[in-house]
Each structure stands twice: as structure tokens, then as C-alpha cells.
Design a protein around this ligand. Sequence first.
Ligand code: UD1
Ligand code: PEP
Length: 416
Amino acid sequence: MDKLLIEGGARLHGEVAISGAKNAALPILCAALLSAEPVTFTNVPRLNDIDTLLALLGQMGVKVAREGHTVTLDAGGLDNPVAPYEMVKTMRASILVLGPLVARCGEARVSLPGGCAIGARPVDQHIKGLQAMGAEVRVEHGYVHATVPRLKGARLFTDMVTVTGTENLMMAATLAAGETVIENAAREPEVVDLANCLVAMGAQISGAGSDVIRIRGVDRLHGATHRIMPDRIETGTYLCAAAVTGGEVRLTGTSSCYLDAVVDKLMDAGCEIVSERDAIRLKAPARLGAVSLRTAPYPAFPTDMQAQFMAINCVASGVAMIRETIFENRFMHAVELQRLGADIRIDGNTAVVQGVAKLEGATVMATDLRASASLVVAGLIAEGETTIERIYHLDRGYERLEAKLAALGAKVRRLT
Ligand SMILES: CC(=O)N[C@H]1[C@@H](OP(=O)(O)OP(=O)(O)OC[C@H]2O[C@@H](n3ccc(=O)[nH]c3=O)[C@H](O)[C@@H]2O)O[C@H](CO)[C@@H](O)[C@@H]1O
Ligand SMILES: C=C(OP(=O)(O)O)C(=O)O
């Protein structure tokens, strides 16, 4: 199993290009299921999660053509609306095929994604929404079976803000009869990117980016071309990596407009940040100041950046309080950071991080995607060598991680 070896202490400097967003690309590729015409996507990141989704779509009868960062999907021959457990178990986002399949085929059989490291993550809101739109939905033998002659527009209200739930229901509603209103909708930029793609395909959607989205169903969607937005979490991770080393970097192909809460906290920690049209520059002080935070749905501080900020707080001056309000088990990186010498106390959903003068390299284990990213951030500043095991988690969400870090001057290599 691959490992990552980092020799800490190098100050990151220089320029690196940010990839397309995993969490935008996954729902947007699923949107191709809604049309019988080919849809072309550019800026698609080269990631294991994308490979998994393309394989899943392929076995449903979708023709997949991929060259570099461009993917064309032709769902004209879609004939198998099934997502089997073997393919879904490695990637929770596979549930995003459910809405499009029911809308286009009138039936779907999709394995439950199951629990995962960061929390139970049920999909009851996705199911409740489809039922409200007239689908008959049964959960049997670990599969969601949904059937309906044609979905009907409805007023939908989710019990909590759910990103993939909003995306699934928005996609389903594009082909429903009549108008659907999603209240308490997620406002994440990835929801807006998906809506933009659907509109380019002929969907009638308004309000994406607010908490009320209106969708007027149409009879069919057509082909289109869509460019995937930049990955705001990859951007934030490189900002943290540079910040913790006292570095100075310019990240291109991205924008601070998706990252207000993160940029704000980095400035509170003492970084200078300059926003350009399609780039961000960061200059960090020799030592960061501690920053407290609380995760919450967009536009508040993203849960997907919580672990990386815990890492920078480990060596900052002062004490930080970190509250995780989205996932019930998203502090698994804390014990691994402690192995590097961090001073962290967990009390329920709150972590209290007392900054220490230095971390020391050790062998640590990646437990999930962003936990792994926090270990990389910490490894960059730890004295000596840090070995990160189970980095297949990182390959789910960071394109060419070690090459990009090395381009910024980090001493990092993959052991295969
Ligand atoms: C592929 C993708 O885009 N993943 C992102 C998405 O995950 P994902 O869309 O799975 O996360 P949700 O926004 O749905 O989850 C928010 C909370 O709602 C709960 N919930 C959700 C749906 C449901 O039917 N029932 C229920 O109880 C979840 O367990 C969680 O506690 O948003 C998360 C929150 O920003 C991010 O961390 C993930 O990176
Ligand atoms: C939790 C994440 O992804 P997923 O929802 O695909 O597990 C993530 O991107 O941090």
C-alpha cells in the first residue's frame, strides 16, 4: 500500500495550479444521465473518485470518453439503472446517480452508500424528497429501489442542510412534471455549479446559491459543454500547507470568492492574502496565531477544511477551540496529530488545541480524505521524517499531490 514520506521544515514558495473540484465534478458527471445527448465536461480532476464514478456510469450503459481533463458522456444508450454495492462502497457520492436515474428511466436500484469514517451519513432526506415527488421507494437488502412513471413537482423541505441531498433532488426535479421548490437548500458553490450545468442542458432553475431553489420540470434535457469550477478545498489545503511553513505562494486557476470563511481565518492567523481574478497569493508570518472556528453549512466555515486548520493550530501561538457541527466523528486526525507531538483535547464535538513550539516526525495513519490532508500539513512542519500510511484516501481527492507540493519546494515522495 502506498505511503507518503515527508521531510518537514521546507518553506513552501512558488506557484501551483489548482484542479477542478471533486465535489462539483461528481454531481455534474451524474447530470449527464439526464440527457440522451452527449455532454462534455472540461477541467475534470484526475482523481480516484472520478475513475470510480466513470466506471459506475459505464456499467449503466453510458459511453465514456476521456482525454486529459476533458470527459464526454453519452447516456443515449443508458439501459442498466443499477449501482451495485461493489462500486458504491468505495465512494459515498455514488448516491448522486439516484435522482437522475429515477427522473430519466422511471426506476433505479442503488446500493446504500453505508456509514463511513466521519459519521453515519444516512440518505433519508434524498429518499424523502423523491417520495414527495411521487416515487415509490423501498430500501431492501441494502439497496434503494425507486420506481415512478414520471416524477411530479413538489414542495420539498429537508430536515437539515444537505449538499448531495439538494443536488440529487434538484437533478430529479429537472425532468419532473411541474414545479419543484427545494427549501432549506444547500448554498454551496458546487450546488450552483451543478445548476449552471443543468441550465446549459436546458433545465429551468432559479435560486441556486440561496436556500430556496425553484425548478420547473421540462420534457428533456439536451447536450452541452460545461467547465467544472476550481476545487475550493484543494485551494484551502494548499493555503494551509504554505501558511504552516511560513511560506509565500500563488495558487492559480482558483478564486478566493469561494473561500471567504477560510481566507478570513488565515488572515486572523496573521497571513497576508491578495485575491487576483483567477489566483490567490498568500504570505505567511514566521509563526501563525491560533484561530478558533466552528464548522457549518456554506457560507460558514467548511467541515472539509476543519482538519487542515487543526493541523495549523497545532504549531500556532495560543489556544484554539474547534467545533465540528456537521459530522459526528470527524476528529480522527486528532490522535494522529498527537503522535506528532500535538497538544489536543477532545470534548464531544469540540477540540481544544494548545499550540506547541514544534512537532516531531513519526509514522501516522490516514483515516479519511481531509484527515489525511491535515497529516500532510503537519508533516510539512514537523521536525524530521513523517510517514503517512493509507494514502489511498488522499488519492480520492488531491490530484498529483506530491508533484504539486514538490513544485512548491516540499521534500515529499511516495513510497509504492
Ligand atoms: C461529494 C460531496 O459533495 N461531499 C460533500 C458533501 O457530503 P454530503 O452531501 O454527503 O453531506 P451532507 O451535506 O448531506 O451532510 C450534512 C449532514 O446531514 C446529514 N444527513 C444528510 C443527508 C441525509 O439524507 N440525512 C442526513 O442525516 C449527514 O449525516 C451530515 O451530518 O457535503 C459535506 C458537508 O459540506 C462535505 O463534507 C462533503 O465533502
Ligand atoms: C467527505 C468528503 O467527501 P465524500 O463526501 O465524497 O466522502 C470530502 O470531500 O471531504
